[in-house]
Design a protein around this ligand. Structure first.
Ligand code: NAP
Length: 484
């Protein structure tokens, strides 16, 4: 199988915050990979912009170091690194002042797509948007990319949307949720909507429940003070887990185009029922040996912020009436893994008798590590000795099924940045989607804040607080094991 890479037209991409952590770890290495794949024309320009006093050559050195740090050596060998570095430029600019804006304006070309990545704190978005207009840099074709967090509640998200809307149309705004750029997430849509096999079963009649888990082994050390104002609900559920839930639960859009897909996702968010307090479990990791506790990491001995949350959620529509969605995410858990499991109901009648046991089909969609899908099916255990049943996985791990492609598993950021350049908003969140997600999230957070609830402590390296287990066990269901 030959990988098809369709080049885009030459473009100017300005990265505000071009010296920041995200640019270094994701944006610049991602652009290099696309350049190496032949997708970025050599006359494109990538312009870093921040307050740092750097020359073009300094920025090229900075980028080279980032690529050497984040891209394995065998991938860099014989690569056109120098040609890529030639595309790089730097402008010293202050988002909140006037320094550098005229230089940036002079640098931009009229006849190419221009895009501006706002890889800076959200408090600077308004200042950037305004100056892009004041200095005549933005035009009707301009695209802007904004990072999470998109607000911390409905009110702040609305204010952010309004600020951006003063200067840009919705079709120009690309709100990134990098989970949507993952290969498996798009494959989930292909599996659902390009096969007849799954869609007839994709409803409350056949699906017992759905589990979405995003587990991390790291704590919040290093960004504890920031995280403590946010917590797992705001940091992960309101965006990433909710987006995954939407893609699982949405109706088939009439076309795979940005608004058809996003309209269907929005309907799911609006159909989410309020969550009852007894369907929420919040946790905070304890200390373990020399490793600090959450409260130590957050430098807040009385913190009530959750580093873990599990929720039982209902999508209130015909398709999903009676099928619960269980969401959980947390830090310092047993393994680093993100997966969605669609757990189908038992066969209505077992012809094999009780000794054959109960078996369920489970479709597992793994986002990390090892992106791929597995369908658990029940078969006869080989050999003589009667009709014994076992569950075996029908494995669709990309690395095995698509060997050539697997050599080049793309990072979500690569795909999303190229989608910006192509002008395809399908995998980006629309303003109304983000607001609807906060409208559902806010009362949940207000609820535990007004009740003054403290999160339950949990031991690091486990699956979170015991109560999270009970959330499923008390109704005869069970979380899948958290493992890599
Ligand atoms: P960071 O490491 O703190 O970098 C911030 C960048 O903004 C630096 O390049 C800084 O450069 C620049 N900057 C600060 N004030 C400025 C000003 N007044 N004018 C112009 N540039 C200014 O932050 P980050 O981790 O890269 O995050 C950037 C954004 O992405 C944030 O919104 C963050 O929430 C989001 N995000 C980050 C990650 C991640 O993994 N890092 C993941 C998801 C989302 P100078 O100091 O040189 O000006």
């Amino acid at each position: 199988m030959v990988s098809r890479v369709i080049p885009v037209d030459p473009f100017d991409l300005v990265i505000f915050g071009g010296t920041g952590d995200l640019a270094r770890r994701k944006i610049l290495p991602g652009l290099f990979r696309r350049f190496k794949a032949g997708q970025i024309p050599e006359d494109s320009r990538i312009i870093g912009a921040s307050r740092s006093d750097l020359s073009d050559d300094d920025y090229r050195r900075f980028t080279k170091e980032a690529i050497e740090e984040f891209i394995p050596e065998d991938e860099r060998r014989n690569s056109p690194l120098d040609k890529f570095l030639d595309c790089l430029h730097f402008v010293t600019i202050d988002a909140t002042g006037e320094a550098g804006w005229q230089q940036l304006s002079d640098k931009m070309r009229d006849n190419v797509v221009n895009a501006f990545y706002f890889s800076v704190a959200p408090s600077l978005f308004g200042a950037l948007a305004e100056r892009l207009h004041t200095y005549g840099i933005a035009d009707a074709k301009t695209r802007i990319v904004v990072e999470k967090p998109f607000g911390r509640d409905l009110e702040s998200a609305r204010a952010l949307n309004a600020t951006l809307a003063e200067h840009f149309k919705e079709t120009q705004i690309y709100r990134i949720d990098h989970y949507l750029g993952k290969e498996t997430v798009q494959n989930l849509m292909a599996v659902r909507f390009a096969n007849v096999l799954f869609e007839p079963l994709w409803n409350a009649q056949y699906v017992d429940h759905i589990q979405i888990t995003v587990a991390e082994t790291v704590g919040v050390g290093g960004r504890g003070a920031y995280y403590d104002k946010s917590g797992a609900m705001r940091d992960m559920v309101q965006n990433h887990l909710m987006q995954l839930l939407c893609l699982i639960a949405m109706e088939p859009p009439s076309r795979f185009d940005p608004d058809s897909v996003r309209d269907e996702k929005l309907k799911v968010i609006r159909a989410l029922e309020p969550v009852q307090p007894y369907h929420i479990v919040r946790g905070q990791y304890d200390a373990e040996g020399d490793a600090p506790s959450y409260r130590q990491d957050a430098e807040n001995p009385r913190s009530l912020t959750e580093s873990f949350i599990a929720l039982r959620v209902h999508v209130s529509n015909w398709r999903w009436a009676g099928t619960p969605f269980f969401l959980r995410t947390g830090k310092r858990l047993k393994a680093r893994t993100s997966e969605i499991a669609v757990v189908f109901k038992d066969a209505p009648h077992s012809i094999f008798g009780q000794e054959a046991g109960t078996h369920r089909n489970i479709l597992t969609i793994r986002l990390q590590p090892n992106e791929g899908m597995t369908l658990g099916v029940t078969i006869k255990e080989p050999g003589p000795g009667g009709m014994r049943l076992i569950d075996v996985p029908l494995d669709m791990t990309f690395a095995d099924a698509l060997p050539q492609e697997a050599e080049d598993v793309h990072d979500a950021y690569e795909r999303l940045i190229m989608d910006v350049i192509r002008g395809n908003q399908t995998l980006f969140m629309r303003g109304d989607e983000v607001e609807a997600a906060w409208a559902w999230t806010d009362p949940i957070i207000d609820g535990w804040e007004s009740r003054g609830e403290a999160p339950k402590p949990y031991e690091p390296g486990t699956a979170g607080p015991e109560d999270a287990m009970m959330l499923m066990m008390r109704e005869g269901r069970k979380w899948r094991e958290i493992k890599e």
